[in-house]
Design a protein around this ligand. Structure first.
Ligand code: NAD
Ligand code: TYD
Length: 345
């Protein structure tokens, strides 16, 4: 039986990865290692324990805590580390970069060290398309492109990629990296644009579109991303990076229109507000390397957004609890004094 340490497994993508792995791979044991920050929630893993019993374990801890990481690896006879743990939201990284450097850079280093100490464990680093920076014209980012991050978040993630690659080169650590496009789907904290806009719209609140809304993103469904990571663990070439996305991007305004249509809510909820500092206008991935590995996304971006809307509509218990807590203080900080660009809406 394989024994995987899934760091950040109580977060959005991590919890979907845990469920998918336990459901589809009976020969795998999963140990979630998570600090339970504002974004990590045990509710995201509700029922996993009852459903999968002995094949599942949970440890609350910080990836920067080398001693606890090592103890967890030893106790659970871990052979593979998949590192989802990170501070992940660009707007929070603009307000307070410190935690991003701690977790995303130092934390990844601590995990790489643990993998090395235990005889070079298999290591997969979950990265992001944001490490390529914003992409001009019709170009697409290939894995061999140089990294050009522009926000504190993406700079931290890019640093982690470089450390992971350096550990492969220097120590022969069996590392792979995946760089995913924007994920949408169940259990995404409503600070990210799609769940923020869905939950705002369900509460009949305005949707704060940054700037002109012409920025381009590739919205992929989270389970497609998770399946791609599974495939890389099975068949990926050691030392390589893989882009994961649908390869089709759309403007933020197009995303908003799909979401409002699926909800049956009016376009008058759209508010253009002051843009994000250093906002990357376009990400676009060349995903041919992942397709060549035998993976194909099941959802188009439009289907992914519509399926996400349905999940939030049906799971108010999950997001209403979040929106009444820490979230509100964050929301006031980011949006409270933000200028509206079209006050008449
Ligand atoms: P998330 O913010 O929903 O969850 C992050 C998880 O990491 C939480 O459970 C949190 O408690 C945990 N965590 C944070 N700091 C920790 C620490 N120091 N020690 C242990 N656990 C810690 O994030 P997500 O959206 O699920 O993203 C997961 C990974 O995927 C991240 O590495 C992110 O950079 C990457 N990624 C995300 C997207 C996206 O669209 N969300 C796209 C591409 C890549
Ligand atoms: P986000 O979900 O924060 O992801 P990314 O990491 O790609 O920035 O934002 C996705 C896009 O939506 C991005 O172009 C910024 C934009 N956006 C808004 O227009 N308004 C918002 O309130 C947020 C959070 C994001």
């Amino acid at each position: 039986m394989k024994s995987i340490l899934v760091t950040g497994g109580a977060g959005f993508i991590g919890c979907n990865f845990v469920r998918l792995t336990l459901r589809n791979y009976p020969d795998v044991r999963v140990t979630v290692y998570d600090k339970l920050t504002y974004a990590g929630r045990l509710e995201n893993l509700a029922n996993v324990d009852e459903q999968f019993g002995a094949r599942y374990g949970f440890v609350q801890g910080d990836i920067c805590d080398a001693a606890l990481v090592e103890e967890t690896v030893a106790r659970n006879e871990i052979d593979t580390i998949v590192n989802f743990a990170a501070e992940t939201h660009v707007d929070r990284s603009i307000l307070d970069p410190d935690e991003f450097i701690q977790t995303d850079v130092f934390g990844t280093y601590a995990l790489l060290e643990a993998a090395r100490k235990f005889g070079n464990l298999r290591f997969h680093q979950i990265s992001t398309d944001e490490v390529y920076g914003h992409i001009e014209g019709q170009r697409h980012s290939a894995e061999s492109d140089s990294l050009a991050p522009r926000s504190p978040y993406s700079a931290s993630k890019a640093s982690a990629d470089l450390f992971a690659t350096a550990y492969h080169t220097t120590y022969g650590l069996p590392v792979t990296i995946s760089r995913g496009a924007n994920n949408v789907g169940p259990y995404q904290y409503p600070e990210k644009v799609v769940p923020l806009f869905i939950t705002n719209a369900l509460n009949n609140l305005p949707l704060p579109v940054f700037g002109d809304g012409q920025q381009m993103r590739d919205y992929q469904y989270v389970t497609d991303h998770c399946e791609a990571v599974r495939l890389i663990l099975q068949r990926g070439q050691i030392g390589e990076a893989y882009n994961i996305g649908t390869g089709r991007e759309m403007t933020n305004l197009a995303m908003v229109e799909i979401l409002l249509d699926e909800l049956g809510k009016p376009r008058s909820l759209i508010r253009h507000v002051e843009d994000r500092q250093g906002h990357d206008r376009r990400y676009s991935l060349d995903v041919s390397k992942m397709l060549a590995l035998g993976w194909e996304p099941e959802y188009t971006p439009e289907e992914a957004i519509r399926a996400t809307v349905r999940w939030y509509r049906e799971n108010e218990w999950w997001w209403q609890a979040i929106r009444s807590g820490e979230f509100q203080a964050y929301y006031d900080r980011v949006y409270g004094n933000r200028k509206t660009l079209n006050p008449l809406g």
